[in-house]
Ligand binder design. Structure first.
Ligand SMILES: *[C@@H]1O[C@H](CO)[C@@H](O)[C@H](O)[C@H]1NC(C)=O
Ligand SMILES: *[C@@H]1O[C@H](CO)[C@@H](O)[C@H](O)[C@H]1NC(C)=O
Ligand SMILES: *[C@@H]1O[C@H](CO)[C@@H](O)[C@H](O)[C@H]1NC(C)=O
Length: 602
């Protein structure tokens, strides 16, 4: 599920994890007496992990040896070949984490591991499962499954780790310059991004000291996944991949079709486009998500949407006016704890990020935009500070958890992608073709990092993404996902025999950005019973876009409150079972966990 920030602006896809830590106010533990009871909140010991074993302290082995880590998790490091065409040579070490099934591994109810990938590429699967996301995924799937996260090769704790910078400070100084602008922020924005992207590719080549960079790609990670499955003592994979994790899942399914036990791809990237580095269609549904902001705001009126206008046209022209003013004159903001500039790029970034997590962010965005009409940028600044890129902090304690090598995004993306032309004119033409499809094309800067990428042979798997898999895939797409349009899910579904496309009728990136009992009960039934939804299934969501309370309160209904107002178009006041209530609780919680975006990723 992706990273973005106003400073750093690249479009990739998901990035569920990045910010989780910051938002980990509470931790949810499952009670084994009752499979789905989970809501015992207790403080997360996240800031105190050095007292426990951490992944850096575990030495890699060819068998999976699990050690207790991060309080109640288990960790391991798996040794795999760096180069699968040369098994004897150097190895890579894959960092893994799991939440053990709540049922005993000896129990007949135990169903085995479900691997998850949060996207990016470049997001840490270890952080993902280590955080409350892991617990919430476990609630969705049920107590019979281990939930397993891993840092793909190149990323975070796995080695070799991709790094183009000598220090975190060097990285922190460089990135905002490269990724800090909309391509339309000023007359030289495109040229600067082109030049800085060129530099990034050069750095990548120069600083690949051990020659490992070319082995960081999706095919090799799919092979690593198979090693993990085998080391687990399993024949086949159970997997749930989000955003870029869908490229990984589709690659696995296409390469190893007889190794699929369950495979869900959610927030689907068109894998053919991915390898072709064709971004033309990436944002086609972003407009639809943005339109839903305006429609929703106009529909609920000023009491619930402070940026209300009587028509959507009027609302959009107010946004245009704010943008035009900011372009001429950024607003200095000094909040109680922070200060900085609200400028055109920060606004664009915040709007775009809100499309990933609309049910949490739209109400706050409406409030922030209303402030802007009065010339007050404080709320917008704070919204960005809350969900945007984490400010640089000195890793004075060199905390194990703080992995900042976000350039791993390009390692995977540029190695997977076909060579892209390096000249400026081609770069601008490409930008224009994306803009022709979506006004959010000005945020599509990721590709610039591949302009001067080292010229490795393009020998890794790049399709076709077609297969008769040993179990049909479940493919999930939202109707208004800003970076993984529904057509991507449809396209991928065509290639995988008997796969079923489940459409979630919502804005946002990946199904979990909006609570939908319907969607997640299908996901659970798929994993537990092997049941696929009927073809053509469309699921509604169980949340309002502009609730009558402020902030994200509509996502935070306490479980004690048994009568849910489950609004939506159908306005059903549901009679929910206790199990459904627990599931819905978890889904609401999941939706509030807005990933802190380092840059726009998949
Ligand atoms: C880019 O900026 C110019 C103003 O400098 C504006 O006229 C144009 O509409 C913008 N294009 C997009 C796609 O936002
Ligand atoms: C797909 O694979 C199954 C066995 O796994 C086989 O029975 C079936 O005939 C295959 N279908 C096609 C169209 O190849
Ligand atoms: C899906 O395929 C169609 C037809 O090839 C294409 O027009 C469309 O852009 C594709 N969707 C995505 C998201 O790539």
């Amino acid at each position: 599920m992706a990273r973005m920030d106003a400073l750093s602006f690249i479009i990739v896809f998901l990035g569920l994890t990045a910010a989780v830590r910051a938002h980990n106010a509470a931790h949810f533990a499952s009670r084994s007496s009752d499979g789905f009871a989970w809501s015992e909140a207790r403080p997360l010991p996240t800031d105190n992990i050095r007292t426990a074993v951490n992944l850096a302290q575990i030495s890699p082995s060819e068998a999976l040896v699990w050690t207790r880590c991060y309080e109640d998790r288990e960790c391991a490091r798996l040794k795999v070949p760096l180069d699968y065409t040369n098994l004897q040579d150097a190895s890579a070490s894959i960092a893994l984490i799991r939440i053990r099934a709540k049922v005993s591994h000896d129990s007949p109810r135990y169903r085995g591991p479900v691997l998850v990938n949060p996207g990016g590429p470049g997001e840490s699967g270890v952080d993902f499962v280590r955080s409350v996301y892991g617990d919430l995924i476990s609630v969705i799937l049920g107590p019979e499954f281990d939930i397993v996260g891993f840092d793909p090769r190149g990323i975070a704790r796995s080695t070799p780790a991709v790094s183009f910078f000598r220090s975190r400070a060097e990285r922190a100084l460089w990135f905002p310059g490269f990724t800090g602008q909309s391509l339309n922020a000023s007359t030289d924005s495109r040229a600067r991004t082109w030049a800085q992207g060129t530099l990034l590719g050069q750095l990548a080549g120069e600083r690949d000291f051990d020659g490992s960079l070319k082995f960081i790609n999706t095919e090799n990670t799919a092979r690593d996944i198979l090693r993990i499955v085998e080391a687990y003592g399993r024949q086949k994979l159970m997997y749930w991949g989000f955003s870029y994790g869908t490229v990984l899942g589709a690659t696995f399914a296409a390469m190893f079709p007889d190794k699929v036990e369950r495979l869900v791809i959610d927030g689907v990237v068109d894998s053919e486009d991915w390898h072709a580095a064709d971004w033309t269609h990436v944002f086609v549904d972003a407009n639809r998500a943005w339109q839903s902001f305006a429609d929703g705001c106009v529909a609920v009126g000023p009491s619930r949407c402070p940026f209300y206008a009587s028509t959507t046209e009027e609302l959009f022209s107010s946004v245009d006016a704010i943008q035009a003013r900011l372009r001429k004159r950024p607003i200095p903001v000094h909040s109680t704890t922070e200060y900085g500039l609200v400028d055109f790029s920060l606004l664009r970034a915040t709007i775009f990020q809100s499309l990933y997590s609309p049910y949490v962010m739209f109400p706050q965005l409406a409030h922030a935009l209303a402030g802007m009409t009065e010339g007050d940028g404080t709320a917008l600044f704070e919204l960005h500070a809350k969900y945007g890129r984490k400010p640089f902090e000195c890793a004075c304690g060199e905390d194990e958890q703080d992995y900042s090598n976000i350039e791993a995004v390009w390692a995977v993306f540029c190695n997977d992608a076909t060579r892209i032309p390096s000249d400026y004119d081609a770069f601008v033409k490409d930008y224009q073709s994306i803009l022709a499809v979506s006004p959010f094309g000005d945020l599509a800067t990721l590709k610039a990092g591949c302009l001067a990428w080292p010229d490795y042979p393009k020998a890794s798997f790049r399709g076709p993404f077609t297969a008769n898999t040993s179990f049909p895939l479940l493919i999930i797409g939202n109707t208004a996902d800003p970076v993984t349009p529904l057509s991507g899910a449809r396209n991928m579904s065509k290639g995988f025999m008997d796969s079923v496309l489940l459409t979630q009728d919502s804005a946002g990136h990946c199904s979990v950005s909006a609570p939908s009992l319907c969607t997640q009960k299908h996901v659970r039934a798929y994993f537990q019973e092997g049941e696929l939804p009927p073809p053509g299934t469309v699921c509604d969501i169980d949340v309002e876009m502009f609730p009558s309370h402020t902030d994200d309160a509509n996502l935070r209904v306490p479980s004690q409150q048994k009568v849910f107002h489950v609004p939506n178009r159908r306005s059903r006041t549901a009679q929910l079972s206790a199990e459904d209530i627990q599931l819905l609780d978890a889904l609401r919680e999941l939706a509030t966990r807005v990933p802190r975006q380092q840059m726009f990723t998949f």
